[in-house]
Design a protein around this ligand. Structure first.
Ligand code: UT7
Length: 329
């Protein structure tokens, strides 16, 4: 016989309440890398779109960066750490499998004791975390969820491998998610999935060098072919048309991939004046951090405004992908 289980009150919709980001101080230019590996500024700019990136010092940890970004997002949202019910850290570059990042980040923020867990879907991680946070708010599991994408990729890069050391960088970005007003939906349904048949195309394998390897061309073809349909799916799930999107913030993997996704969306009706994130130029590819960092920078620069309809789409190792339409806080 049923014991009469009960569920908490639900919220009709969730929305972003604030954003924050952190980049390490140290700038590494293309010229700096050309002193170590056989590359040059022109090749990197034309093939990847990066002019410079940030690399954390040895004494700056991944949780350090996550805490800084999380604190900034809470301040932006006008909330105290005690208002947070759950912390999700999307990351694939913690120094060890345990402990996770989220519990110590929650504790250091002053939100100790709350639900805290990491999500490892690499460069899709922030959108995965946002999808979970959205469902937590709507189901009544939490009132406020802090979602952070944080990576210290420099720990896992072979600095003598010119095909990867020029791309990846360190950063953290964060967003606070909470309930939307009664008749408002601020976060659309997530479109997500995986391509585990390509699992080895981006890998860090302990039994070899313990460094990141990437089959660049294969991943490039997958990203330029398969991610625009995911973005279109996210738009359709939100009940919108491509022309409704004001801002496109894809994972900042490679500027050519970003532009290819934008081109395919415009071919499907997205506007010519669609604002497209290009944060990779000065931030590099920061995996799960790239989308929230780009969003935070674009808000600060006035490139996006409160109320704008934004399409986020992450993709990368796993292979994994996720995207959703969100309203700018
Ligand atoms: O964030 C997670 C998901 N990751 C991605 O989405 C990354 C997807 N892949 C890419 O973005 C690109 O494939 C890369 C940026 C990794 C590489 O660019 P590419 O245009 O695909 O170059 P490639 O690997 O086809 O290499 C072309 C040539 C090769 O020389 P040969 O064999 O043609 O003589 C490479 O050895 O460029 C050479 N090369 C370089 N040359 C100068 C590779 N790296 C460099 C370099 N500088 N840093």
């Amino acid at each position: 016989m049923s014991a009469g289980l009960q569920l908490p009150p639900t919220a009709p919709g969730a929305r972003l309440l604030g954003t924050g980001s952190f980049r390490p101080e140290r700038v590494v230019t293309n010229e700096d890398l050309a002193k170590r590996v056989d590359t040059d500024d022109a090749w990197i700019r034309s093939r990847v779109g990066i002019a410079e990136r940030r690399v954390a010092d040895a004494d700056t940890s991944l949780p350090d960066m996550a805490v800084a970004a999380g604190r900034a997002a809470l301040t932006d949202a006008g909330l105290d750490p005690s208002d947070v019910d759950a912390v999700i850290v999307a990351t694939c570059t913690m120094p060890n499998p345990i402990p996770n990042a989220a519990a110590q980040v929650a504790d250091r923020l002053g939100a100790g004791g709350v639900a805290a867990f990491d999500v490892n879907t690499a460069c899709a991680g922030f959108c995965y975390g946002l999808g979970v946070a959205n469902d937590m708010i709507r189901s009544g599991t939490a009132r406020h969820v802090l979602v952070i994408g944080a990576e210290k990729l420099s720990d896992w890069i072979d600095w003598d491998d010119r095909s990867t050391c020029i791309i990846f960088a360190d950063a953290a970005g964060a967003a606070v998610v909470g309930a939307a007003a009664e008749d408002e939906v601020g976060i659309g349904p997530v479109a997500w999935g995986s391509a585990g048949d390509h699992a080895t195309t981006i890998r860090i394998l302990g039994e070899s060098t313990n460094k990141l390897h990437q089959e660049g061309q294969t991943v490039f073809r997958w990203a330029t072919g398969e991610i625009a349909p995911v973005a279109l799916d996210a738009i359709a799930r939100a009940g919108l048309e491509p022309a409704d999107i004001d801002v496109l913030i894809p994972h900042q993997a490679n500027l050519r991939i970003v532009e290819a996704i934008a081109k395919r969306l415009r071919a499907k009706g997205a506007r010519e004046d669609l604002v497209v994130a290009d944060d990779i130029v000065t931030t590099g590819n920061t995996s799960s951090a790239s989308i929230p960092v780009a969003l935070d920078h674009m808000r600060a620069a006035g490139r996006v405004r409160s109320g704008d309809t934004m399409l986020l789409v992450g993709f990368g190792a796993g292979l994994s992908y996720a995207g959703q339409v969100v309203v700018c806080p």
